[in-house]
Design a protein. Structure first.
Length: 271
């Protein structure tokens, strides 16, 4: 009986040691995450195997697992850049990105966990300065926002694709010009709009005047042709035809249609 405490103590120590080892060896990778395994005695970062996926994992207690979020993430950035004529422009943009899952080990080994500040943000800023510097404030304010957004995305993507990072999109959310420049551009755009409206009214008036001239010319030509075709014989026949129609009317009594060869008028009437 006296030996039981002496035997139980080592067992208790072993159990505690196993609990500590298991606790140190257990790694849980959360939803939307992946783990990069670092082997202390086995060559460092594991780059030739897929990262640890979601769920529970047992690793040697002397190794370490670095957890990365592999879902799409978004970063907002406000930048001061210069236009083509040297004016300060504030650009508000956001980027959608995520690490390349299959190359997560290489990303950790070559760049590290802070890849956002080391790669993505400096590249976006550089691309934004380069792209915006090609345009005037007026172009940035009015018609070129979609163009600069596309160009910034393409220039940034070209660099980060080689850095084990997937860039999904860059969105230019706002372009802020100096107040005086903005007011000048708005005045110019308003004047251009008024000029276009005046030109439209002028062209419309010219087209209407041309339409009326053509219509009047057509009527004049028709009257001239008609006058040239009406002989005395035709006029006399038309008069007789009209008189006969009047004579046939129940309300007509006496109609004088002209004189015959004897000079006397021809009288038609109803009885």
């Amino acid at each position: 009986m006296e030996k039981l405490p002496k035997i139980g103590l080592p067992i208790l120590v072993v159990i505690i040691f196993l609990i500590i080892v298991i606790a140190k060896s257990a790694v849980t990778v959360g939803s939307g995450e992946a783990g990069v395994l670092y082997k202390t005695f086995g060559g460092g970062v594991v780059t030739d195997e897929p990262p640890l996926g979601e769920g529970f994992h047992i690793v040697a207690p002397w190794n370490k697992v670095y957890i990365y979020e592999v879902r799409r993430q978004e970063i907002f950035e406000k930048m001061k850049v210069l236009s083509s004529n040297g004016l300060d422009i504030q650009l508000d943009a956001s980027a959608w990105y995520k690490p390349d899952y299959n190359d997560l080990g290489k990303l950790h080994q070559e760049i590290g966990e802070n890849y956002l500040n080391r790669i993505i943000l400096p590249t976006i800023r550089s691309a934004a300065r380069s792209v915006v510097g090609r345009y005037t404030p007026e172009q940035l304010y009015s018609s070129k926002r979609d163009a600069i957004q596309k160009e910034i995305f393409e220039e940034t993507k070209k660099i980060v694709d080689d850095q084990y990072i997937i860039l999904d999109e860059i969105l230019v959310r706002d372009v802020t010009l100096p107040p005086t420049i903005k007011e000048a551009i708005e005045r110019k755009l308003k004047q251009e709009q008024q000029s276009l409206e005046y030109e439209f009214r002028l062209v419309t008036a010219q087209k209407e005047a041309e339409r009326q001239r053509i219509e009047a010319q057509g009527k004049a030509d028709a009257n001239r042709i008609l006058s040239a075709s009406l002989t005395d014989k035709i006029l006399q026949d038309k008069g007789i035809e009209a008189t006969n129609k009047l004579a046939e009317s129940p309300n007509s009594k006496v109609v004088i249609i002209g004189s015959g060869e004897s000079g006397m008028p021809i009288i038609l009437g109803n009885q």
